[in-house]
Design a protein around this ligand. Structure first.
Ligand code: PHE
Length: 343
């Protein structure tokens, strides 16, 4: 019994000297001394070995010991919580946070989305297709048979494994795939990346982006083509923009025309971008060639259609005055972040 009392006194000393600065240490204290397998429980278990006449006195010592450990636990807890509070008070909540770099949309994506938005309002659906195409969808079906000289205008990259495969030169290939699957009325625009075998410079690149459009129905006329494209440029560049059509040649349209708009950089007075003419070409267009319709089993006596195709880079250049095509794909953040805040 005396030994036990001595032991308890030692434990009390140990407990009294216990220090804790973290919540984990306080929890460790609780487990060690007050837990179900803790020291206090263990010492209590000694009661059964104490002779009856001493039980009362020993009981008192035990209760005191238990209370001592519990009080120590409460005060340790209060101390660490208070310390935690002062830690929180030391944080200056008014300081600005660490900046998180927010990405922006690429200028070509911004302009492409605007273009799609305008045509959507006119009832055009959006269609996409593969960038690796076969000869038929890119050229053959578009009335550009093999050895046709117009293929020179759109030289591309061929794929070794299969001479029939190539990187599409225009998204007219998507129009071909649509006409293959759907019957008129057809009203689609085809945004996407296209490829040309060109030497890279400020004005040419081996790939660029297009939005092409196709409208096939009964009684579609050249007047519809003109009005649709005029509406488009007014929405894109504002009411003041002027347009002009020049006769042109594409194997898949007849008649064909290129459309110019008044130069958005100099307002028409002449600059480098418009080569001092006041006009900038922005797209090719025309009435779909009857042979193209027939290639897809569309009756060209009943249906007519118009088609157009334009480069997203060109439209972006005019909208944001970017004068080097290479900037679009160099991934220079100083260039890209200038478009922060644009849609
Ligand atoms: N496919 C042509 C090109 O990429 C553009 C175009 C489309 C012209 C539709 C006329 C009609 O150059």
């Amino acid at each position: 019994m005396e030994q036990l009392v001595q032991q308890i006194a030692n434990y009390k000393q140990e407990i009294g000297a216990f220090e804790a600065t973290t919540a984990e240490a306080v929890e460790a204290f609780r487990i060690k001394y007050l837990g179900t397998k803790g020291l206090v429980k263990q010492v209590m278990g000694e009661m059964k070995n104490v002779p009856n006449e001493q039980k009362k006195a020993f009981g008192q010592i035990l209760n005191e010991f238990k209370e001592f450990a519990e009080n120590k636990y409460t005060s340790l807890k209060e101390q660490t919580e208070a310390a935690g509070d002062t830690h929180i008070q030391q944080i200056d909540w008014s300081l600005p946070g660490d900046p998180v770099a927010v990405g922006t949309r690429h200028p070509l994506s911004i302009v492409r989305n605007q273009m799609i938005g305008i045509f959507r309002r006119l009832g055009f659906a959006v269609a996409e297709g593969p960038e690796i195409e076969d000869d038929w969808h890119n050229f053959g079906a578009m009335n550009l048979p093999e050895d046709h000289p117009a293929r020179d205008m759109q030289d591309t990259f061929y794929i070794h494994q299969n001479p029939d495969w190539l990187l599409r030169t225009h998204t007219s290939s998507v129009q071909a795939r649509i006409m293959e699957q759907q019957k008129p009325p057809i009203r689609v625009i085809c945004p996407g990346r296209v490829y040309r075998n060109e030497t890279i410079s400020a004005r040419a690149h081996c790939f660029f982006h297009q939005v092409e459009g196709l409208y096939v129905d009964e009684n579609v006329s050249f007047a519809d083509l003109k009005q649709t494209l005029y509406f488009f440029v007014q929405e894109m560049f504002g009411r003041e923009v002027k347009v002009r059509f020049r006769p042109s040649y594409f194997p898949f349209t007849e008649p064909s025309a290129e459309m110019d708009i008044s130069c958005q950089i100099c307002g028409g007075s002449g600059c480098n971008i418009c080569k001092h003419t006041g006009w900038v070409e922005i797209l090719g267009s025309g009435m779909v060639h009857p042979k193209v319709l027939e290639n897809f089993g569309i009756d060209s006596n009943r249906y007519t259609g118009f088609a157009f195709g334009m480069g997203v880079e060109r439209i972006t250049q005019l909208k944001y005055q970017v004068n080097d095509l290479r900037l679009y794909s160099q991934n220079d953040v100083r260039f890209l972040k200038q478009f922060t805040g644009a849609l």
